[in-house]
Design a protein around this ligand. Structure first.
Ligand code: EPZ
Length: 419
């Protein structure tokens, strides 16, 4: 198993190019199930999770073929030959459940393994299932599988989510695009990845109103057709490297990054004393002075993202004064706290909140990655720490960060991967 070794203390300087968003690519790839025609996706990051999604689609009969030399453009196409999503793939990656809506809409049946809980919470899929039931699906849970059928096809429905769910909004958007009649999704997620999905579905012939708002109205179509779509830049990768520049007291240009998808994070960075300056096709992040401790609370978009919480906590670990981080989306997303404390941080987590008392320095240690964002928070802490930090179980990192060592080393970081 690979580990990453970081020797801290180098202020980062240079340019980091941001890849396409993982959490947009996953639902966009499942759009390949909505048509027999070819869907071409460009700006696709090279990530373990996207390879898992390719494997899942392949066993449904859909080919995912790289069509550019750099492997960042994928042609997705083929006829569905199998409507079952097996446990061995779904248990590797929860986003596999996003095949449910498209399979049901297209084939009137699907058998998808129930994703279990995971490191950051129990993460049920009840909202996905209730929404599909409202659209006419008959759903039974059997032997760890979701057995869904829609003998008369799916029909439009008026669905009010009791709370915001990114995945449920995506699953129902895709299903509604091929349902009979109009579906209205209220209290829908507004994440930029949802808007990217709406853009792609629209290019495929879907009729959707309300992009970027919490009410999406979808007029179902008899069929969708092929299209080409460029995936938006990864806002969480952007925010992570912004924190890398900040934690090392460096200056980095984030190329291809969009400030408009990251306003809550940028305003938190500014409040903490970081300079964020828009440039051409990206923005600069620079820290000249001591970091100031601030409070943040995670919320659905446009609030502060839960996927930036661990990275921000690493940053606050060396800020002046105390900070409070409150996690409202997942019930168990503080697994990085004990690991950061092993590096000398003073963080006290209780319930949904953590108090961070800033220290003047972190020190390198052996630490363990527990999930994707927790892993990268340890890399960030390592970049600022004195001495060497060894992070084990970095397969978590590879699920969502492309070439993390190369991107950071390109700005002067001393970081290497060892087996
Ligand atoms: C998406 O997960 C992201 N994953 C997550 O990214 C992200 O943390 C999360 O949204 C929140 O922004 C992808 O896009 C592939 P939710 P998702 O449904 O869709 C509860 C990362 O690090 N819930 O918005 O699974 C759920 O348990 C990650 O890249 C139900 O109770 O998140 C959670 O507490 C990990 N019932 C909350 O809602 C449901 O049916 C929000 O979850 C669905 C969700």
């Amino acid at each position: 198993m690979d580990s990453i070794i970081v020797t801290g203390g180098v202020p980062l300087s240079g340019t980091i190019t941001i890849s396409g968003a993982k959490n947009a690519a996953l639902p966009l790839m499942t759009c390949g199930l909505l048509t027999d025609e070819r869907l071409t996706l460009s700006n696709v990051a090279r990530l373990a999770d996207l390879r898992t999604m390719s494997d899942l689609l392949a066993q449904h009969g859909i080919d995912v073929t790289p069509t550019s030399e750099d492997g960042r453009t994928l042609a997705i196409g083929g006829a569905i030959t199998n409507t079952q999503a097996p446990y061995d793939i779904v248990s590797k990656m929860r986003a596999s459940v996003l095949v449910l809506g498209p399979l049901l809409a297209r084939c009137r049946e699907a058998r998808v393994s129930l994703p279990g809980g995971c490191g950051i919470g129990t993460r049920p899929v009840d909202l996905h299932l209730k929404g599909l039931e409202a659209m006419g699906a008959v759903i039974e849970l059997d032997a760890g599988y979701i057995n869904a059928t829609a003998p008369a096809g799916l029909h439009g429905a008026n669905i009010v989510f009791p709370f915001v769910s990114v995945g449920a909004t995506e699953n129902l958007l895709m299903a509604a695009s091929l349902a009979d009649g109009v579906t209205i999704l209220k209290n829908a997620a507004r994440e930029p990845e949802i808007s990217d999905l709406v853009l792609c579905l629209t290019a495929m012939g879907a009729k959707i109103e309300g992009i970027g708002t919490d009410t999406l109205t979808i007029e179902g179509q008899k069929s969708l057709h092929g299209a080409s779509h460029a995936i938006l830049p990864d806002r969480i990768e952007t925010g992570t490297y912004a924190c890398a520049a900040a934690i090392t007291g460096g200056k980095v240009f984030l190329e291809n990054a969009r400030t408009e998808d990251l306003e809550s994070v940028i305003s938190a960075l500014r409040e903490a004393g970081i300079l964020v300056t828009p440039g051409e096709n990206g923005f600069w992040v620079e820290r000249r002075n001591q970091l100031r401790g601030i409070d943040v609370m995670t919320e659905p978009y446009p609030g502060f993202p839960t996927d930036m919480q661990a990275q921000f906590m690493a940053l606050m670990a060396i800020a002046e004064g105390a900070s409070m981080v409150t996690e409202t989306i997942f019930e168990n997303r503080f697994m990085h706290v004990p690991e950061l404390n092993r590096m000398g941080a003073r963080i006290n987590a209780h319930g949904a909140s953590a108090i961070i008392r800033g220290v003047s320095k972190l020190s390198g240690a052996q630490v363990m990655a527990t999930d994707l964002r927790a892993s990268v928070s340890l890399v960030l802490a390592g970049l600022a720490a004195t001495g060497e930090t060894t992070i084990s179980r970095v397969y978590h990192l590879d699920r969502g960060y492309e070439s993390v060592e190369q991107k950071l080393a390109g700005c002067g970081a001393r970081i290497e991967r060892v087996n």
